[in-house]
Ligand binder design. Structure first.
Ligand code: TYM
Length: 338
């Protein structure tokens, strides 16, 4: 029997997910994924491929199937360790859709109407403004609350969804008694919003039509260096972090994240040197950072049986944890449990 006196205090929990809609960008990596890996020893983590979210916009089935496998492989390749963290595919854990319905009945129409992502996406996909797109944040709240996390590590664009999750959790706790931990978004200051290389006031996004605006995690070295060479900067020709220098600020944040250097160190390193030198250095640092990930990715993708075995173990474990939360809420809501 374990002795509670000597037991280590419980680690704080965190949960996050990513959609399998194309190869993640450097923005996804620096804004979210890299932090998941960096935090996985300190926290008890759960991470998922959010494939149910992907079908809120139309997907081609064969392509979606491939992208789910690719995203799962990438999560392993960046260093998420299934021995340390819970790693799974959302659609393989039925508790997500079940809790989503229970929470849908505790989410207000007005709240969902205010979500900026819904407004953006319904403009972009005007021919398919479906119920799932509208209810997206409720499914996201279910993803989170099932695992009772303390923190949700995300980029700045997901803050509004995380705040709605807190509101839903607080409301349910108020009506039915203590059901959920009310989680906080965990947004790193640096790289919370990695910008487009071509329009540095906008976020870097894999759905951007201009491929030069983003770095994909699977871009090869030459492509990465070329895209950084073409990055939009300003006419001052001085590498320093300052208001109004969006392009250079973005590159400095990326270079800092890739090399571990502070802004002061970067300014000193490039003092008196032109933007050409700086852009080349950023491109090479990013390529060096991504190449070991790309090598591991090829290995995981080459072993489908291992990949599916890892998915199965992850899904079984996740369903066990998630089901406890669903049962707890169903009981409090008045359902008859067998
Ligand atoms: P998704 O798939 O769009 O993005 C995954 C993560 O990457 C972050 N991110 C960025 N961070 C910095 N700079 C950028 N340019 C940038 N682009 C994307 C996002 O903030 C996110 O953290 N709704 C979520 C997926 C989701 C989820 C969840 C997240 C579903 N369920 C539960 C957390 C918890 C989304 O679409 O992320």
């Amino acid at each position: 029997m374990c002795n509670p006196v000597n037991e280590a205090p419980r680690k704080k929990r965190m949960l996050s997910c990513i959609q399998p809609t194309g190869t993640p960008t450097l923005g996804n990596y620096l804004g979210a994924l890299k932090n998941w890996v960096d935090l996985q020893d300190e926290f008890e983590g759960a991470f998922a491929v959010a494939d149910l979210h992907a079908i809120t916009v139309r997907q081609e089935p064969a392509k979606l199937r491939r992208q789910i496998a690719e995203m799962f492989s990438l999560l392993l390749s960046i260093g998420l360790d299934p021995e340390k963290s819970l790693l799974f595919v959302q659609s393989q854990v039925p508790a997500h859709t079940e809790l989503c319905w229970l929470l849908a009945c505790c989410t207000q129409f007005g709240e969902l109407s205010r979500m900026t992502q819904f407004k953006d996406k319904s403009q972009k996909h005007a021919d398919n403004i479906n119920l799932g797109l509208f209810a997206y944040p409720t499914l996201m709240a279910a993803d989170i609350l099932l695992y009772q996390p303390d923190y949700v590590p995300v980029g700045a664009d997901q803050k509004q969804h995380c705040e709605l999750t807190r509101d839903i959790a607080t409301r349910v706790n108020g009506v039915y008694g203590n059901v959920f931990t009310v989680p906080e978004p965990y947004i790193m200051k640096a790289c919370a919003r990695v910008r487009s290389l071509q329009a540095p006031t906008q976020k870097m996004s894999k759905s951007d039509e201009n491929q030069n605006s983003y770095i994909s995690l699977l871009d090869d070295r030459d492509t990465i260096v070329r895209k950084f060479k073409r990055a939009v900067t300003d006419s001052e020709a001085s590498v320093r972090y300052a208001e109004g220098k969006d392009g250079i600020n973005n590159l400095m944040e990326i270079y800092g994240a890739a090399t571990g250097r502070s802004f002061e160190e970067i300014e000193r390193e490039f003092d008196g040197r032109g933007y050409g030198d700086f852009k080349l250095a950023v491109g090479e640092a990013v390529a060096d950072m991504l190449s070991p990930i790309q090598e591991k990715f090829a290995t995981y993708m080459g072993d489908r049986a291992q990949l599916e075995a890892l998915m199965k173990t992850g899904a079984e474990h996740a369903q066990y944890v998630a089901n406890r939360t669903v049962q707890k809420l169903k009981k409090k809501m008045g359902f008859v449990l067998l």
